[in-house]
Design a protein around this ligand. Structure first.
Ligand code: SF4
Length: 371
């Protein structure tokens, strides 16, 4: 079912290849082999070309070049950090919210992100795609559940499928009356932009359902001219784009990088959608920030860029309870102390009639104002 693009053949997959290309140090080779034995590695030529080998803290390298710290598991980290398995009624389907499902078609990606929340499930060592029987069972599940309005193709990366196979899947889904939206989550426009061609765009458009594409990028340098051209092919074909990014230490955990990233998305006609707090995936503590830092950055972003450039800062609650917005609050009852709760009945002490609202500069105002 899965067809891998021969253009991806030049992808670097072994620590020794990374060393040979100057993307990793020979002194680290033994450690990196140990990481490679556990987690998949893939660095496409497009991504390799973006890495500044002179910069030991390069934000692109931090996302894709393995690190010995991945072998360190912190308390709380887990193989299935967002609880996909707990909500999987049949293979390939995650049904967490009533009106939508994840449909995990493939377990391979163009690149393997070092912070991936599905790192224990993706990679060439895992099953590469759903079997035909599992695919049909998953489709039957979607057909039977008439409350499902949106199907989110994810994985792995669905754009690793051949356009021919992807088109068949899109047609199968669009033929189900209650499926109105098919959303495709992908890193391909950034990691392997040449895969976005007329055939792929044609596969994504289907009669009977509206396609949306969520483009994953974390640093403004990922939106190269080639990536922008790939995104433009999608938007020119009438496919709306949204972004998803992960807040990552040493990659985008400062206001200017986030600002530039969100501006770049909007310039590419990609509406900023999600900024994910790093999930508790094994061996990723060195890439996570704190929630406090995330809120501080969201406040800074609010002061720097328009609403068009604002993503939702979200946390996937470990165990599978779903996403919650965790950005800073701007409205508080006048007499409340943030976070303070009445120990007796759990209700926040508050003035029912007046609020404190914080503006984009951090100044606090009363609403309604004092007469
Ligand atoms: S592209 Fe997505 S699924 Fe694949 S490794 Fe990166 S974060 Fe994980």
């Amino acid at each position: 079912m899965n067809r891998i693009d021969p253009k991806l053949a030049a992808t670097l997959r072994q620590p020794a290849d990374l060393v040979e290309r100057g993307l990793a140090k020979v002194a680290d080779l033994a450690d990196l082999e140990r990481v490679a034995a556990r987690y998949a590695i893939a660095v496409t030529p497009d991504i390799a070309g973006l890495i500044d080998t002179e910069n030991p803290d390069d934000p692109i390298a931090r996302q894709f070049i393995p690190n010995a710290l991945e072998l360190v598991n912190e308390p709380g980290e887990r193989a299935d950090p967002i609880g996909d398995d707990a909500h999987s009624p049949v293979a390939g389907i995650v049904h967490r919210y009533p009106d939508r499902v994840l449909f995990k078609l493939v377990h391979v990606c163009a690149v393997y992100c070092r912070f991936c929340f599905r790192r224990e499930m993706v990679g060439p060592g895992k099953a590469t795609a759903l079997s035909d029987t599992a695919y049909r069972d998953a489709l039957d599940y979607i057909r039977r559940h008439t409350e499902i309005w949106e199907v989110i193709l994810t994985g792995g990366d669905p754009l690793m499928l051949s356009p021919r196979r992807l088109a068949e899947i899109m047609v199968d889904l669009a033929a189900i009356d209650h499926i109105k939206i098919i959303r495709i989550h992908t890193r391909v426009p950034v990691a392997a932009p040449s895969r976005i061609n007329g055939e792929m765009v044609g596969a994504l458009r289907v009669a009977g359902a509206t396609s949306w594409v969520a483009v994953h990028a974390n640093h403004p340098r990922e939106l190269t001219a080639a990536a922008r051209a790939a995104c433009a092919q999608l938007t020119d074909a009438g496919i709306p784009l949204v972004s998803q990014s992960v807040l990552l230490r040493g990659v985008n955990d400062h206001a200017s990088a986030l600002e530039d990233l969100m501006r770049a998305f909007v310039e590419c006609r990609i509406k900023p959608y999600y900024l994910h707090h790093g999930d508790l995936a094994p061996g990723t503590a060195h890439l996570r920030t704190t929630l406090e830092r995330g809120q501080e950055l969201m406040r800074a972003l609010r002061g720097r860029v328009s609403g068009l450039c604002q993503p939702d800062y979200v946390l996937d609650i470990p165990g599978g309870a779903g996403k919650s917005p965790v950005g800073p609050g701007y409205l508080l009852p006048q007499n409340s102390v943030a976070g303070q709760r009445d120990a007796q009945d759990g209700r926040e002490a508050q003035d029912e009639t007046r609020y404190r609202v914080t503006d984009y500069c951090g100044e606090v105002h009363l609403y309604p104002p004092e007469p």
